[in-house]
Design a protein around this ligand. Structure first.
Ligand SMILES: [Zn+2]
Length: 365
């Protein structure tokens, strides 16, 4: 992750997305009967009389339209039509989008639903010039208005929380909740959109890591906060972060046994890396977190780095009278042996049990 990179504007353009997404084939002729609107004809006078108080209501659950309804701009209108199509399960297509006029119609053969929005020099805003609200089509499950962007917006929270969400399950959920049968590849695109957005959101955070470090040290004197940059990268690039608060350090040394559990786990979500942590037990036999670190991955080098800082913080010395408990991770075994050769090192019973269970899964007792 590069430091000093500003937040990027990852704004996906919904509008363009929809247009390109299968809506670029225009087989409708401009001489179509329903397209007889003319800015010079009397229609405009009628529109003006009806339109005085009809401003589009963007707070309505399902957008409604009528002749003379006013919109601030084309974008607002198109968004409203798309919302309407998705909610009512109608497949609406923008068959014409010119400088002064937009026409949308239902794509079902012979379905009469059509709406025309227009503006001209006499109007300051955009108005519905013609509208037929009648549908003769069934509810659609192939609604192409449901784009990858729409799916991404709708399921953003779920995708963020479950980056490994199975695509077939996602497709099922879209069908269940949005009533549209989308392709697996559209689900994949939606997931990519969410993950890219999340990545973009984290970019600026890394550039603030030194300010974060300075603030932690200012407000918690005596703490250990270490930021390590990647020595192999050309630009300053974040590699590791170590944290041990002074108060926690003091508390541990004053009241806890010299027994420490060490373990690491992966980060789920958009960022890579692993969390390493050191846990003790307090006088009530409850978990007592001593120190933690963010590293690129769990290996011999990262555990040695972590243990060196940790052992110095809590004064482990050569390990005499200390006990460390871990899974059988080679990095931990190596680091403890290296920095505290006289310490007792035990395997965690839970991990032994889990491995044992995995190995003998198929065997009878
Ligand atoms: Zn229709």
């Amino acid at each position: 992750m590069l430091l000093g990179e500003g937040p990027s504007s990852g704004g996906a353009e919904e509008l363009e997305g929809v247009e390109v997404d299968g809506y670029d084939t225009s087989y409708y002729d401009s001489t179509d009967n329903e397209d007889s609107f003319d800015e010079e004809d009397d229609g405009c006078e009628i529109v003006r009389k009806h339109s005085v108080h009809h401003r589009f209501d963007s707070s309505a659950a399902v957008p409604t339209f009528c002749v003379g309804m006013r919109f601030g701009n084309k974008f607002e209108f198109k968004q409203a039509v798309k919302d309407y199509g998705i909610q009512e399960r109608k497949c609406i297509k923008f068959v014409k989008d010119e400088g002064y006029r937009v026409r949308a119609k239902c794509t079902w053969p012979n379905c009469p639903w059509v709406i025309i929005l227009s503006t001209n020099s006499r109007h300051e805003s955009w108005q519905v010039a013609s509208f037929n609200s009648e549908h003769k089509c069934p509810p659609r499950r192939d609604n192409r208005l449901v784009t990858a962007n729409r799916i991404a917006n709708r399921f953003e929270k779920i995708i963020k929380a479950n980056p490994t969400w199975n695509m077939a399950m996602m497709k099922e959920t879209v069908l269940e909740e949005m009533l549209v049968d989308v392709s697996i590849s559209k689900c994949k695109r939606a997931k990519r959109i969410v993950l890219d957005r999340t990545m973009d959101a984290t970019k600026g955070e890394y550039s603030k890591v030194f300010e974060y470090q300075a603030e932690l040290l200012r407000s918690n004197p005596g703490s250990t906060v270490v930021v390590k940059l990647d020595p192999d990268a050309e630009k300053p690039t974040f590699l590791r972060f170590y944290m041990c608060f002074a108060a926690i350090k003091r508390g541990f040394m004053a009241g806890c046994r010299k027994v420490i559990g060490l373990d690491g786990c992966f980060f789920k979500g958009a960022t890579n890396g692993e969390l390493l942590c050191a846990l003790g037990r307090d006088a009530n036999n409850q978990m007592y977190l001593i120190a933690w670190a963010v590293v690129e991955k769990e290996n011999i080098d990262s555990w040695r780095w972590f243990c060196e800082l940790l052992f110095r913080d809590i004064d482990v010395g050569d390990g005499e009278d200390w006990v460390f408990i871990s899974d059988q991770q080679k990095g931990i075994l190596n680091a403890v042996e290296y920095w505290a050769p006289r310490a007792e090192h035990r395997n965690c019973a839970r991990h032994i049990y889990a491995n044992w269970k995995k190995t003998f899964r198929d065997k009878d007792r």
